[in-house]
Design a protein around this ligand. Sequence first.
Ligand code: NAD
Ligand code: UDX
Length: 480
Amino acid sequence: MVKICCIGAGYVGGPTMAVIALKCPDIEVAVVDISVPRIAAWNSDQLPIYEPGLDEVVKQCRGKNLFFSTDVEKHVCEADIVFVSVNTPTKTRGLGAGKAADLTYWESAARMIADVSKSDKIVVEKSTVPVKTAEAIEKILTHNSKGINFQILSNPEFLAEGTAIEDLFKPDRVLIGGRETPGGQKAIETLKAVYAHWVPEENIITTNLWSAELSKLAANAFLAQRISSVNAMSALCEATGANVSQVAYAVGKDTRIGPKFLNASVGFGGSCFQKDILNLVYICECNGLPEVAEYWKQVIKINDYQKTRFVNRVVASMFNTVSNKKIAILGFAFKKDTGDTRETPAIDVCKGLLGDKAMLSIYDPQVTEDQIQRDLSMKKFDWDHPLHLQPMSPTTVKQVGVVWDAYAATKDAHAVCILTEWDEFKNLDFQRIYDNMQKPAFVFDGRNVVDSEKLRQIGFIVYSIGKPLDAWLKDMPALV
Ligand code: NAD
Ligand code: UDX
């Protein structure tokens, strides 16, 4: 029986390995992590991450050919294939701080693999890493290898949170990069055979190592660029009376452009886009390509601009002050169907409103109060990020209440800000919400999920990103 071990039981390692175990009953999969509570949660009924369909997959395989363990060394030692799916966040200090990927966790995993291995292994980069990381990992492994043969493969993961299981079941493509040597090619074939259990062969792409590593950064940069492009257009739509949904539809009908990923929003979030673009920017700078670096930086700058623009619109519409006004925040996660708040635009929007002394009442179906309070009091790195504000003082965080119901959040509020596109927000009883709010009652829809005409008929003043402004908003222009 082939044995796989995955180091890192996070948003990628957990779901990816669960699906491999489900689709490959002949393979034994162990997912290991240094975090004791995380592994305990994977072994319980309350999984550490919320992902539609994940519970069922885990239930079907756990204890059969899928195991979660903190015994990292034992499982690495026994494995034929070791996936490394540890976090690779942006460096917060030292050389390249605020841009470069922090490979501390990666390097310690690689050193541990070298230390404990007693047999040949294929080591698979699952984490998103800077192009050329495999070269460094090879050096660590071979310098410490005691004659063991390690083959390094790059197999970046393209799943998106909220649809991870769907994406893993039917990936657009699986990408495997390896050395162009007989050993490298053999390793590629071994990994290919794992995915071939359920992925059609034509969807498994094989490349050299550097193409695979760079393709992941490139894919995320291109995806994020589409959102910044449509968000930039949303500002122009508001200024001219065009409707961003109509523009996006018309533009996306061109098959060269395509309809997906053109939803204007309060800005993109998530653990990947910003981090990976910053990393790409840093790599370009290190390779003496400042113009290319500057080009990709703009994607992040527009994203920050979009969040600032939203906050300014809220404040300007409400007579230029939100001081002591209750504002309901509906949605805190970076997108629907996840409880993940990493880099969520809600953090910046809330901090912006708190800076203007608003009282926030926050509701998200999947995010806990602890998480929200932590996110709002944490200091972020500030690389050219005017919105990444200083840490909130404890008194500021007292301006934040977290509730478990949209109606409680909106009761007596002056305004509602929708920051995540949870389906349930579309079907709220807005008449009931209106009746219980202060007047004039505002809705600022950062995800274009509500029927703005219906809400206007109820009596709300409604702002939708990139949509024609009603008379009230036109009279109170937001300055950016
Ligand atoms: P995560 O933080 O959820 O999980 C990483 C896990 O690795 C943590 O549980 C941590 O405890 C563990 N870990 C760190 N060092 C370790 C070590 N030395 N030994 C054992 N365990 C260790 O991160 P994630 O969201 O799963 O992302 C992992 C990688 O995948 C990142 O490089 C990310 O860029 C990439 N990626 C993420 C997504 C996504 O949607 N989240 C999608 C594609 C790729
Ligand atoms: C992303 C990539 O999509 C995925 O391929 C990669 O592996 C990891 O990074 P993820 O961050 O999980 O996945 O979610 P994604 O669906 O890409 O959304 C990212 C952000 O963009 C979210 O905040 C989302 O709300 C926003 N978004 C997305 C928009 O604002 N408009 C869109 O049209 C699409």
